[in-house]
Design a binder for this molecule. Structure first.
Ligand SMILES: [Zn+2]
Length: 116
């Protein structure tokens, strides 16, 4: 993977992260709107950490957000693009399609087959 590909992937990951976090904020707002007249709620809301807010995200979104964060960390450590299972390089086509993927196509398919 060249630097240009990596820069492109990093941008995709940051965009995805923003999208997911934005979703969290929207969910949070929906919940608070019911209690808009309760003064104590404001203090509670401001104390909510990012982690607590993530509980409001759908399970699938949480998994994706974790994967996005891990992928960004891997880019920083220069270990991005390697399968977590077999240590083989993940194809550029695959990481561009799903930049937060942890596994190469082979391991992903094996994991999916074993679930059935
Ligand atoms: Zn693999």
């Amino acid at each position: 993977m060249n630097k240009k590909d990596l820069a492109e992937i990093k941008k995709l990951l940051i965009e995805k992260k923003a999208e997911l976090l934005n979703k969290t904020n929207n969910v949070q707002r929906d919940i608070n709107s019911d209690d808009i007249n309760v003064g104590d709620e404001i203090d509670t809301a401001s104390q909510n950490s990012d982690k607590e807010m993530l509980f409001e995200l759908a399970a699938g979104d949480k998994i994706t957000l974790n994967a996005v964060n891990d992928a960004l960390a891997k880019i920083e450590k220069n270990t991005y693009g390697t399968c977590e299972d077999c240590d083989e390089k993940i194809s550029v086509e695959r990481v561009k399609a799903i930049p937060w993927t942890r596994y190469c196509i082979k391991c992903q398919e094996e994991a999916e087959n074993s679930k059935r």
